[in-house]
Structures are given as structure tokens and as C-alpha cells.
Design a binder for this molecule. Structure first.
Ligand SMILES: Nc1ncnc2c1ncn2[C@@H]1O[C@H](COP(=O)(O)OP(=O)(O)OP(=O)(O)O)[C@@H](O)[C@H]1O
Length: 589
């Protein structure tokens, strides 16, 4: 990227300074033998390619200095194509070299006898002088290369900073704006020229950093309002320190909505769609169809189903299929947050709403989910007081923030979920009937795993792959016996429980196949669980015998001589015990 033509002005000045001192004309050519500077008759020939000047060519190629003091008997001149017409009486030329690369040639040319005499009489001095001039030019080239590299770095940084999806600005120690990216101006609706303006005046919410307390004050929440435009988020300040001296700060800003969007993007269930929810049983397929229809509507959806059946997964898929998918999906677990905090979590509050309220107020989940979807999980656990507030939001589509003077319009799609029987709760008076009907516009009932046993093999396959990858194991499948056990088991914890068992199995497996020995006993002794649960049912003697055998196996499962102890407890021989295990198809370790 270096060429003499980029510093043409500088080298022309050098050429003219030489003529002024020596009275001999100067010409400078680049590595292409194109004249880039010249004096006397060469002034008009700048830009032309020199031809036949073989001394310059030789000087350039061989990186040597050349003096011709008598062209009539000089070998180079004799070979030169221009030898008949040459008007030169003498010449001195020197290569311009920087870091081993030749960038051109500088030469002194005598067009009169007198000038030639000066050259002849001062050969060494002139050669030395010309060498110094060539060095001067090569230093200019180095500076030009540095300036180019710096400009390139600057351009790269500018492109990088503008490509970041975050507003960024740098300021000097007094707060005067130095550099910023496009997003910074866009996010704060700022006018065109903000260079040199003071950030503490422009964005009053920014606190001037104090050096003593800098670490503690690095991050703050902010609330920015300008002509009806409002923005809330977090900003971080970082120091710019050069050679131990504070030179300024870089401030970045995260809009609360952006933060949620980004969270959603990295969350594993972000991209879940109905097609990639595992399961092909007829029951789950018809639920998927209902969910697809629900995704095209804006009405409230109520998803019911036992714990771990995939209610949140379906809620996300509905959101992702809807035309709100580019906007936030905000999940709130109503049971996990104490009632007194849930209100501010959902609806937010204004600054100064109550003692202890945060400066700048707090954004509620409903505001964050604006234009998107809010997922109210475990809605059955919401207090009656909050149920009333939620009902108002649903009816009026307006939000009344704690401490706010007026209501705010919100556009949020609600998907609620519960594993409780809301109808029963309505009858008992613990859930508002009006809210129940408002929520239950599109009901979706998720089957438990017992009702979709056909899906178990696919789910197991999917989970084995997932955990093998995560845990860096090479487990590829399960033993047929394990699958039989799993198909028999009742799965009270549904898919989440299946996930736990597979994760444990993949962890514990030594080989490629998950075998019975890494499967928890509760799965193997299905009947025992039933015996303990259904003790009021009348059973056949065979059923009773089988149950007692399982009970005994369970009791002595951790003993070394378990079969012997079981047989003894049941009052039968070991051989009879084995026969009965075979008969009742009881799997035991
Ligand atoms: N069809 C499926 N394929 C694969 N994984 C699934 C499927 N359904 C659910 N899961 C996984 O099972 C776990 C439980 O699902 P999810 O949290 O959606 O259930 P839930 O009904 O909302 O549970 P809870 O009522 O306890 O909140 C999650 O890790 C989810 O990714």
C-alpha cells in the first residue's frame, strides 16, 4: 500500500530544496519508473514513464548507487536506447529503500558542462547527500504506511462498533463526547452533530464517575424521557487508561427490552416450534393442531396439564408460531415469587411509589412483554388480590403501575398455565370465576406421559442424544428390558422425570447402552408403588403373591444375600422364589 505517488507533494518540496542548494536539477521516479517529482525541464514531465534511462532502471533493480560523469565512455550509456539523443552531461542516482523494498530512485542530472563539473568534483559529497535525501523520502514512506495502517484500524473499529447491537459512546475525563456508534444516536433520538457535546448535559441520568468509588458505580439503571419518548435500561461505564493515566470513559447502554430479547435468543427453548416438539402419538398431534390454531389468534390461552408435561414448551411454541415471534416472550412463575413481590414484578412501579422503591422505578413484566407474549405459569397459585388486578389488565388492556398517575395501554398476548383444577378452585372460591372465563378462552389440555406411551421411545432417543452430547459420552440407546420397564412405569413427573432418569442413565452408563442396573428401583418395582397406593382394592391371590414378592425384594434390595433373605421372609425356597420371579415377570437385580 506504499507508493511515492501518495507523498508526491512532500517529495516535490524535497526536489526543489535540492535545486535551491546545489543548482543541479533533480528527478525522482517510483518503482514503476514513472516520474513523481522533478525540476527544470522535468517539471513538465511529471507523471510520464521514463524510457531508456537504464541507469535509473539498474539503480532500481540492483539497489545500487550510480555515478555517470562522462556519458561518452560509460557502459550503461552505451547500452541505453536513448544514447544518441541524450542531453545529460552527468548524473548521480540513488535508490530509495525502506525495510529492504525499493520504492524508487532519486537522481541529480547535469544539463550543462558547469553542472557536470560540480558533479565530477564533488562525487562523494553528492552521493552522501543524495543518500540522506533518499533516507528522508523513505522515512516519509514509513510514516505514510503507518498512517494508512492507523486509518485501516480506525475503520475496522468503527465498523465493529457500529455492528454491535448496543449503544456505545466514549467521552473524555470531563464528559465531552468523542466517539459513538450509530445505535447510540438512534436509541437516544439524538440530533446530528453531537461531537464535543457534554454527555452529562445531554443525558442527565449519567452520573459523573468518581475514581474512589468507581468499581461500585460501574453499572446503573436509567430512565430516559425526551419529548414523549421513553427508554429504560442499564448502562455500564468503563475507564480508558493509557500508561496508568485516566484518559476518559466508554459507556454502553442496554435497553431492557433488548436484554430480554437477547436472553430469549440464547435460551435453548427460544426457537422451539410445534414441529420440533418430540412426539407423534395421535393425542399429542391433535394438541399440536390446537396449538397451531391458537398461535394465529390473540385470545388468551389456558394450558392445563400435570407438572412436567411441557406446558411452557407449548407456550413458547405458540409464541414462536405467532406474528409476535420477533417480540419478547416473558415467562413468570407465579408460584415462585412471594405475593408481595409478584405485584411489582408483573406490573412494575414508578419512582417514589413507596419507601424503598428503586430510583427510576421498575419495569413490570407486562411492559417488557409489550407487543409480545407473557406466560403466566402456575396461575392457580396467584392470590385473589392479584387475580383482581390481572382481570383489570385483561378487560381494559391497560396497566396501572404502582404509583403511576395514569394508566398505560399495553399490547400483550397472555398464555396462562396450571396443573391445578381451576374449575374446582372456582367452586371452592379460591379462584375468581370471571378471571377463569377470561383466561380459558382457548383451552389446551396437555396429556400426561401415561396417555402417550407411544412417544416414549422417541423421547428417550432424543434425550439420549442430547445428554450424550452435553456430557461428552458415547451412549447410543437403551436395553430392551429398560424400555419395557419404562413403558410400564406410570411417570408421575412426566417428561421432566423421564429427562432425569435418562440424564442419570447416560451419566452412569459405562458402555453404549443404558442397562437395567443404572435404572432406579422405583421404575422396576412398578407394582409395589401400586400396592402401596391402592391398598383398598380387592386383588386376586396371585396379585397379592406378586405384590408381596416385590415388597420383599424392595425391602432387601441393598443386602448382599437379598434373594436368600427374600425367600426366607416369604417362607419359600430360593428355587421357588426364582420360579415365581419368572412366572410374574418380575425384574430384579
Ligand atoms: N415433547 C417434548 N420433547 C422434549 N422435551 C420436552 C417435551 N416436552 C417437555 N419437554 C421438556 O420437559 C421439561 C418440562 O417441560 P415444561 O417445563 O414445559 O413443563 P411444564 O408442564 O411447564 O412443567 P411445570 O408445570 O412443572 O412448570 C423441559 O425441560 C422441556 O424442555
Amino acid at each position: 500500500m506504499a507508493n511515492l505517488k501518495y507523498i508526491r507533494e512532500d517529495i516535490q518540496n524535497i526536489a526543489e530544496a535540492i535545486v535551491a542548494v546545489l543548482g543541479i536539477d533533480v528527478t525522482i521516479v517510483d518503482d514503476d519508473l514513472t516520474r513523481v517529482a522533478g525540476t527544470g525541464i522535468y517539471l513538465e514531465k511529471i507523471g510520464e514513464k521514463i524510457s531508456g534511462y537504464s541507469a535509473f532502471n539498474k539503480c532500481l533493480i540492483e539497489q545500487i548507487e550510480i555515478i555517470i560523469d562522462d556519458p561518452s565512455c560509460n557502459d550503461i550509456c552505451n547500452e541505453c536506447s536513448n544514447s544518441g539523443d541524450c542531453k545529460e552531461f552527468a548524473e548521480v542516482c540513488c535508490p530509495i529503500i525502506s525495510e529492504g523494498v525499493t520504492y524508487g530512485v532519486i537522481g541529480l542530472i547535469a544539463f550543462t558542462e558547469e553542472q557536470a563539473k560540480v558533479i565530477k568534483n564533488n562525487k562523494d559529497v553528492l552521493m552522501n547527500f543524495l543518500g540522506k535525501m533518499a533516507d528522508l523520502i523513505s522515512n516519509k514512506i514509513k510514516a505514510q504506511v503507518k498512517a494508512y495502517e492507523l486509518e485501516l484500524e480506525k475503520k475496522k473499529l468503527e465498523t465493529l462498533v457500529n455492528g454491535i447491537d448496543k449503544a456505545i459512546v466514549s467521552i473524555d475525563v470531563d464528559g465531552n463526547i468523542d466517539k459513538y456508534n450509530l445505535k447510540f444516536k438512534k436509541v437516544f433520538n439524538l440530533e446530528n452533530n453531537i461531537n464535543g457535546k457534554n454527555i452529562f448535559k445531554l443525558l442527565e441520568f449519567i452520573k459523573k464517575p468518581s475514581r474512589d468509588n468507581f468499581k461500585k458505580e460501574k453499572s446503573h439503571s436509567f430512565n430516559y424521557k425526551l419529548d414523549g419518548y421513553e427508554l429504560k435500561g442499564i448502562y455500564n461505564i468503563n475507564e480508558i487508561i493509557l500508561k496508568k493515566e485516566l484518559k476518559g470513559y466508554v459507556i454502553d447502554f442496554i435497553d431492557n427490552k433488548d436484554a430480554i430479547k437477547n436472553y430469549n435468543k440464547i435460551n435453548k427453548d427460544y426457537s422451539i416450534t410445534l414441529e420440533n416438539i418430540i412426539g407423534n402419538s395421535s393425542i399429542i398431534n391433535s394438541v399440536k393442531k390446537e396449538a397451531l390454531i391458537a398461535s394465529k389468534s390473540t385470545s388468551t390461552v389456558l394450558i392445563t396439564g400435570e407438572s412436567g408435561t411441557g406446558k411452557e414448551l407449548f407456550a413458547r411454541a405458540i409464541h414462536n408460531h405467532s406474528n409476535r415471534c420477533e417480540n419478547p416472550f416473558v415467562a413468570v412463575n407465579c408460584a415462585a415469587i412471594p405475593d408481595n413481590l409478584l405485584e411489582s414484578e408483573l406490573f412494575g412501579y414508578e419512582e417514589g411509589a413507596f419507601t424503598g422503591a428503586k430510583k427510576g422505578g421498575k419495569l413490570g413484566k407486562f411492559e417488557i412483554a409489550n407487543k409480545g407474549t407473557i406466560f403466566l405459569d402456575e396461575i392457580g397459585d396467584m392470590s385473589l388480590h392479584l387475580q383482581a388486578k390481572l382481570l383489570r389488565v385483561l378487560q381494559e388492556k391497560e396497566l396501572n403501575k404502582i404509583g403511576a398517575k395514569s394508566n398505560k395501554f399495553i399490547d400483550v398476548r397472555i398464555i396462562a398455565a396450571t396443573n391445578k383444577d381451576l374449575e374446582k378452585m372456582v367452586l371452592k372460591g379460591t379462584f375468581r370465576e370471571d378471571l377463569y372465563y377470561r383466561l380459558n378462552v382457548i383451552p389446551i389440555s396437555l396429556p400426561n406421559l401415561r396417555q402417550r406411551k407411544d412417544d416414549i421411545p422417541d423421547l428417550i432417543d432424543f434425550m439420549i442424544k442430547e445428554y450424550s452430547r452435553k456430557l461428552e459420552k458415547h451412549v447410543t440407546g437403551i436395553d430392551k428390558n429398560v424400555l419395557d420397564v419404562m413403558l410400564e412405569y406410570k411417570w408421575p413427573g412426566n417428561i421432566r422425570e423421564l429427562q432425569n432418569i435418562i440424564e442419570y442413565g447416560v451419566n452412569m452408563s459405562i458402555g453404549e447402552i443404558i442397562t437395567l442396573d443404572v435404572i432406579p428401583n422405583k421404575l422396576k418395582n412398578v407394582e409395589l408403588e401400586e400396592v402401596l397406593v391402592q391398598n383398598d382394592k380387592i386383588r386376586t391371590l396371585e396379585e397379592l403373591e406378586k405384590a408381596e414378592i416385590i415388597k420383599a425384594l424392595h425391602k432387601y434390595k441393598d443386602y448382599k444375600k437379598d434373594k436368600e433373605l427374600v425367600a426366607k421372609a416369604l417362607g419359600i425356597s430360593r428355587a421357588t422364589l426364582y420360579r415365581k420371579l419368572e412366572k410374574y415377570k418380575i425384574i430384579s437385580k
